[in-house]
Design a protein around this ligand. Structure first.
Ligand code: FES
Ligand SMILES: [Fe+2]
Length: 354
């Protein structure tokens, strides 16, 4: 059960070229490639004849020919050639063609009604291509429902326990946490005055100060993309203009009901030309996601078995879960509204308040 009328990240824009890449998104297999003029194409990767992936066939200029019996499809999904066809099936033959956009360095797919595909709906991740920041990027495949990854990112109380090597020695519980909700967006804001910087912050900040004024803001946009910015500056200084800012993107794309593509980007506005630091961060951040957050989320999913109904398992709800619970409620409401608009609502309930 996925929200359809929304943009999902298919991958870094630079990943796609002449070769046809097959990627499963929201349980649909999609073939992605670039036309000769450089624009992206996204087609249902499933031949209507014997259901084999079209990506097993071959590119012919801007078209894609099935490798089994040769049906050929154009970038619009319409069959452009039908070998041996004699009119035995007069109905038009086609596969689904998905609107695809390039924005903030990534390819975004619209999974729902193409009439509603408005690129203005792509959330703001402009720091990724902003020269004010030096960015590193990576990918993690997570065998867990995307909302479990969202929970992980919206609840930073886990940092002291799951990532002690990078945590500030101050504790989440000592900081002020406010959750703000607009219609389809959740902000979780931490204010951390006079905090002790964490290990990564120390590496990037370039200050010898033992303490600084810090903050951490995380924004969730439905269904599953998160922007975070952690910042620190000298005690009493203006954090906007003098602070170390480390914005990050956590672009979660459901692969199936119980697996997630996790594309991440982290940036920094200080010590940008330090190649050694860049290499250390790339390795360090990737290792933390792949050896700490990822396995913990996968263990959560394994404990739930085939189920994706997290709240149905009656979890203990803690204070730090507030933002994650709100995100779940918004997503349920949006899926229900979408299905009602399609006349297909089926027993979707809005989760109770925490
Ligand atoms: S399976 Fe594609 S043309 Fe037959
Ligand atoms: Fe984490």
């Amino acid at each position: 059960m996925f929200l359809k009328n929304v943009w999902y990240v298919a991958g870094p824009a630079e990943e796609f070229g002449d070769a046809v890449i097959s990627r499963r998104i929201c349980n649909e297999l999609i073939a992605l490639y670039r036309k000769q003029n450089g624009t992206l194409v996204a087609l249902e990767d499933r031949c209507p004849h014997r259901f084999v992936p079209l990506s097993m066939g071959r590119r012919e200029v801007d078209d894609l020919r099935c490798g089994y019996h040769g049906l050929k499809f154009g970038p619009d999904g319409q069959c452009s050639e039908r070998p041996g066809g004699t009119g035995e099936n007069p109905a038009p033959i086609c596969v689904k063609s998905y609107p695809v956009a390039e924005c903030h360095g990534y390819a975004w797919l619209w999974m729902g009604d193409p009439a509603h595909a408005d690129t203005a709906l792509i959330p703001d991740f402009s720091f990724i291509t902003d020269p004010a920041f030096k960015c590193e990027a990576g990918y993690l495949h997570v065998k867990g429902h995307h909302e479990l990854v969202t929970d992980n990112l919206l609840d930073l109380s886990h940092v002291n326990y799951l990532h002690p090597q990078i945590a500030s020695t101050s504790h989440w519980a000592e900081w002020d946490n406010q959750v703000e909700v607009t219609r389809n967006t959740v902000w979780s804001r931490l204010r951390r005055p006079n905090q002790i910087p964490g290990a990564f912050q120390k590496m990037m900040w370039g200050s010898d100060s033992e303490r600084g004024d810090g903050r951490g803001d995380v924004r969730w946009d439905a269904p599953s993309v998160l922007y975070a910015n952690t910042a620190i500056t000298e005690v009493g200084a203006d954090i906007e203009t003098t602070g170390l800012h480390t914005p990050s993107a956590h672009l979660l794309t459901p692969e199936t009901d119980r697996s997630t593509h996790y594309f991440w980007v982290t940036g920094r506005n200080k010590r940008k030309d330090d190649a050694e630091l860049t290499a250390a961060l790339e390795k360090g951040v990737g290792t933390i996601f792949s050896t700490q957050d990822g396995p913990m989320v996968e263990a959560e999913q394994a404990a739930m078995g085939d189920s994706t109904d997290f709240l149905g398992h009656k979890p203990l709800i803690l204070k730090a879960d507030a933002a994650g619970i709100r995100a779940r409620r918004i997503l349920r409401r949006m899926i229900r509204e979408e299905q009602e608009a399609n006349g297909s609502a089926n027993n979707i309930t809005v989760e109770p308040a925490e």
